[in-house]
Design a protein around this ligand. Structure first.
Ligand SMILES: [Zn+2]
Length: 279
């Protein structure tokens, strides 16, 4: 098998009503449990769900014992929302799939987020824990020492909670550059997940793992296309989005996006959190 795809979820909700206090730009990336079940069924019927061990083996050139016709699919969740564990966990277990949950450590125990006790309880066979940094700020805007602090603090904090090595990192806001990537590798991350959209090959390397963002508008036909390896529509969309981002810079882009969405300034914090979901 020469490539795998990684799906980027954020939260799975029983019915969505309990998140009515959050900005629509955040909840646009939440899917309900029926939809998530349907996605996993599609993944398992037409592809093959892979765990972190299989991904490590993939980069070590080990063969994955899967028929060549099936696409390898990894399922990830960003931020550390409680529903990604409480609601998605049992569904993953039913399908024999493993999720990879990236937790922002400053959000642990916050409203709607996983608690420290949750992290201690989560069975790593069903859901492995990775880091989504400490504060969720854009890493590429920080000094070298700040980046190091964000990445090493979150790594050791999570390792203390779960009792195993945390060597996977998802970049908040997709805000990565070569400096961030090198520091991540220096502090011990072997697998770095971005928000770029492509199928992952060994050539791109394990510090550059692309993902496909799943939104509440993602259809089952979209998931079917992803499992077939057809990402043309999403790559085109990302290409178009990158034009205003390049022209305005990251901050200007998110300010523009807020204005377009007519969101109140009081929601800025949560909108900023959602940066990961569009970047
Ligand atoms: Zn995020």
């Amino acid at each position: 098998m020469n490539s795998f795809i990684t799906l980027m979820y954020h939260n799975v909700t029983p019915n969505g009503a309990e998140y009515s206090d959050l900005s629509p730009s955040v909840t646009a990336y939440f899917v309900d449990q029926r939809t998530f079940s349907a996605h996993l069924l599609e993944v398992c019927q037409r592809g093959h769900c892979v765990d972190t061990k299989a991904i490590a083996g993939f980069y070590q050139q080990k063969s994955v014992n899967v028929p060549d016709v099936l696409t390898l699919v990894q399922v990830t969740f960003d931020d550390g929302w409680a529903g990604s564990y409480e609601t998605a966990g049992p569904i993953l277990e039913t399908h024999g799939c493993q999720g990879l949950l990236f937790v922002t450590t400053d959000l642990i125990g916050s409203r709607h987020c996983v608690s420290l006790n949750d992290l201690k309880r989560i069975d790593p066979v069903v859901m492995t824990i990775g880091s989504h940094a400490k504060t969720h700020r854009f890493l590429n805007r920080m000094s070298e020492s700040e980046i190091r602090e964000e990445l090493s603090f979150s790594k050791s904090h999570l390792e203390d909670a779960v009792g195993y090595e945390v060597d996977t990192l998802s970049i908040p806001g997709g805000a990565i550059d070569e400096r961030v990537r090198k520091i991540a590798s220096d502090v011990g991350y072997r697998f770095v997940y971005t928000s770029e959209t492509y199928a992952n090959t060994r050539h791109r390397g394990s510090l550059n793992i692309g993902r496909i963002a799943i939104k509440n508008t993602t259809t089952i036909d979209d998931v079917r296309r992803y499992v077939k390896g057809d990402l043309r529509k999403e790559r085109l969309r990302r290409g178009l989005l990158s034009i205003p981002k390049r022209l305005l810079g990251q901050h200007g882009y998110h300010a523009l996006r807020r204005r377009v969405l007519r969101e109140a300034e009081s929601q800025e914090e949560m909108v900023d959190l959602s940066g990961a979901q569009v970047s």
